[in-house]
Design a binder for this molecule. Structure first.
Ligand SMILES: [Zn+2]
Length: 193
């Protein structure tokens, strides 16, 4: 199991996505499937200022996935960033709220300003999957004052609210990998969609 999506056919090791393309991370896990009431709760967490949901989700993640988290032996938690503009409009970054909650439960330091998102990425019609992934990677950057020396050889857990195809975390992981990060894991509230 790579991304952690439920697999119906017990004879295959990887889901359809994971068997088709290589991910840039070691392993991903999520608390819920992205369906039913989870969808609504995540929407309110992200769009309707229900920041307190993040604290609840963070606690549940640590309860249910605590063993997996400990096994990652992560040096840092890194939330998937929003662009400055988006964070200003929304007033917060839901991934950051989540990562902070997980940090409080586990004691793993949360590094918030290391990874940044420069530009908004839209679905770009007419581009193939590789070009889209490249554009997505260019959207992310590492803040230079947080330099390579901090990240080189480190183990990190990327934190986000929803995992769909993995394209976003793969792009962020590629940027971290270039900065020398050794092991990259992914933790989300929900997977699917
Ligand atoms: Zn998968």
């Amino acid at each position: 199991m790579k991304c952690g999506k439920p697999i119906e056919n017990k004879r295959v090791e990887y889901c359809y996505d994971c068997s088709r393309r290589r991910h840039n991370y070691e392993q991903a896990r999520a608390l819920f499937s992205y369906q039913g009431s989870v969808r609504g709760a995540l929407y309110r967490f992200k769009m309707s200022n229900r920041r307190e949901y993040g604290v609840f989700f963070g606690k549940e993640i640590c309860k249910i996935l605590g063993f997996w988290i400990r096994n990652c032996r992560a040096d840092y938690l890194i939330p998937i960033p929003l662009t400055k503009e988006k964070e200003r409009v929304r007033g917060y970054n839901q991934a950051q709220i989540l990562a902070r909650a997980i940090s409080r439960q586990t004691g793993i330091p949360c590094k918030e300003n290391m990874l940044v998102k420069h530009t908004e990425t839209q679905a770009q019609k007419g581009l193939d999957a590789r070009q889209r992934q490249k554009n997505l990677e260019q959207a992310f950057g590492i803040r230079t004052q947080c330099g390579d020396f901090v990240l080189a050889g480190k183990r990190v857990i990327l934190v986000d609210d929803i995992y769909t195809t993995g394209a976003t975390v793969d792009a962020a992981a590629a940027v971290l990998r270039k900065a020398g990060v050794w092991k990259i894991y992914v933790l989300t509230v929900a997977i699917g969609g």
